[in-house]
Design a protein around this ligand. Structure first.
Ligand code: HPA
Length: 308
């Protein structure tokens, strides 16, 4: 009887030892975000020949720019360790590494949104991968509703600042100092010199472009006319469902940021017509040529400001 008891005791302690080993090992289940982002970065590094200098995140209907990259390597998100799957229509779901002129960029053709049900940690995971890849600057693009009555459908707006109305912050939770400090400064989230370059290059191409404040909401429903009047009152020029969590994490990692909205539609209640995702995609497609021209000349100028 004593022997049987001792036998079960041995089996139980062996099982506990295995469990403890699992918990302390670097197995996927227990990796932290720094390690996960490092693993994804390493996977990407193995597949590319050149070190990317700038990350591009291409929003709804604006992913076409990635098709313009030279010497491109296309890596589907589904292959990258720990990358979430994308589901939003108008988002291809590829990381494309290639050249704009002489500048190597890593372009996300499609992003992850909070409204898809991803946590903000997952929404911003690619930005942490960029940081672990050694990337020091990022250009985010998005489709947005025009809140400011001066804006025109199809116009571009360089983000001067933002208002986070998503009700959360991707940095909530224990802070990992290897990425950045506990309290992140956001007083110049969008780099002044990048913004000036965007306006200058836009002007050179004869594009309708100005600066504005972007309000980030969760979606996925579009706003009500009353919400748009409220956004206008608090100082928003455009409204959209992305970008801000990624920008917060980019700044936390010390990545220099530029963001550009395409006003794909006038926000709710301004025109006497409903807002549809088809309209958002159509406008994106209509400005594609302008957008490509702008990014082609802007990216090399952004790169000139970075240490080599
Ligand atoms: N509201 C929120 N997000 C958007 C809009 C809008 O009107 N258009 C494109 N993305």
């Amino acid at each position: 009887m004593v022997n049987v008891f001792l036998f079960f005791l041995c089996v139980l302690s062996a099982a506990s030892a295995v469990k403890i080993l699992e918990m302390t090992s670097t197995s996927t289940a227990f990796q932290d975000d720094f390690a996960r982002a490092g693993e994804a970065a390493e996977f990407i590094r193995q597949r590319i020949r050149l070190q990317p200098k700038i990350a591009l995140v291409l929003g709804s209907g604006l992913g076409g720019f990635a098709d313009e990259l030279q010497d491109a390597t296309i890596i589907p998100y589904a292959q990258i360790p720990h990358f979430p799957a994308t589901s939003a229509e108008g988002h291809a779901g590829n990381l494309v590494v290639g050249k704009v002129g002489e500048v190597v960029v890593a372009a996300m053709q499609g992003r992850f949104h909070y409204y898809e049900g991803h946590s903000l940690l997952r929404v911003t995971f690619p930005v942490r991968v960029f940081s672990r890849l050694g990337i020091k600057a990022a250009l985010f693009t998005n489709a947005a509703g025009g809140v400011n009555l001066q804006l025109k459908q199809g116009g571009l707006v360089v983000l001067r600042d933002h208002i986070n109305l998503q009700g959360s912050n991707p940095l909530i939770g224990p802070n990992d100092e290897r990425f950045g400090p506990r309290f992140s400064d956001m007083s110049e989230a969008y780099a002044k010199d990048f913004r000036a370059l965007a306006l200058e290059e836009g002007g050179r191409h004869g594009i309708t472009i100005c600066e504005g404040v972007y309000a980030a909401v969760t979606g996925p429903s579009y706003e009500t006319p009353a919400e748009i009047r409220y956004l206008r009152t608090i100082g928003a020029d455009t409204v959209g469902m992305s970008t801000v969590p990624e920008v917060i994490v980019a700044r936390h990692c010390g990545i220099k940021v530029l963001a550009i909205s395409c006003v794909t539609n006038m926000a709710a209640g301004i025109l006497d017509q409903p807002i549809t995702h088809a309209e958002v995609l159509e406008t994106g497609a209509r400005v594609r040529g302008q957008f490509v021209a702008l990014l082609k000349s802007l990216v090399p100028r952004m790169a000139e400001t970075l240490p080599s």
